[in-house]
Write a protein that binds this ligand. Sequence first.
Ligand code: HSE
Length: 298
Amino acid sequence: KSIKIFAPATVANLSCGFDVLGCCLDNVGDEMVISITADPGVKITKIEGANLPMETHKNVAGVAVEAFLKAYGENIGVAIEIYKKIKAGSGIGSSAASSSGAVWAVNHLLGNPFTTHELVKFAMEGEKLASGNAHADNVAPALLGGFTLVRSYDPLDIIKLHSPEDLVMTVIHPQIEVKTSDSRSVIKHKVTLKKAIHQWGNLGGFVAGLFTEDYDLIGRSLDDVIIEPLRSILIPEFNNVKNAAIAKGALGSGISGSGPSIFALSKGMKVANDVATAIQDIYEKTGIDFDIHISKIN
Ligand code: HSE
């Protein structure tokens, strides 16, 4: 038994929700072929498009499926082929796509012994291997689609949020690698009450904006006074890109996950395209290679 799947890219944090908010892009992602084999054990049989470890215990998809099988209680055989399109260290959930895609496919091939919500904790094992931290804000939207909120890590409580139809994401990926582990090391572990109040006000506003489809409220809430000031210095032209996106009508803009990708969220495809053109102009002058993605959230 075998299945070919699309494993989507995701944008985590969304400015106001560090480690808790994320959303799923519907046209950017990897392909994977997952098979149940007669030979017990998890094997990575092929990786194309990236130089990633083939050893199961060093591969994010491998460790995620091993965590799944441990809970499933049977040591069946699984073969994993990965066709990477999302570059590692891009900030759009490369490791999350592999780990969540693999566990989703194995669950499907076995007749869905686990709910999609239950798969999140297995996919998080891949994130732990990739970044040293089992964050769920990329794997949850990769598995559940749309926007998701990690209401709590302990116990794990993932909430699927509403996704307003007209939201469109523009993402620029400058081709410099920023490892999540490195961009986590620049963050301070203490925040002032003043900043915490600012941030949780915006997080509540963002979630309310999604459910009421209040695009202006979504835009007002896309603000980050805790993480962005520290991480943005790792990203060339960050402020220029963000300002240009907002000048072109984007609702808001910020760092995608741990960077270096920068996202801009817009209402409607026309604004998202105008934003893409403006930020492309900025990056063309830098000489740094880049990709731009425009995607609905689904
Ligand atoms: N919340 C994580 C971080 C996402 O910002 O480190 C990584 O994509």
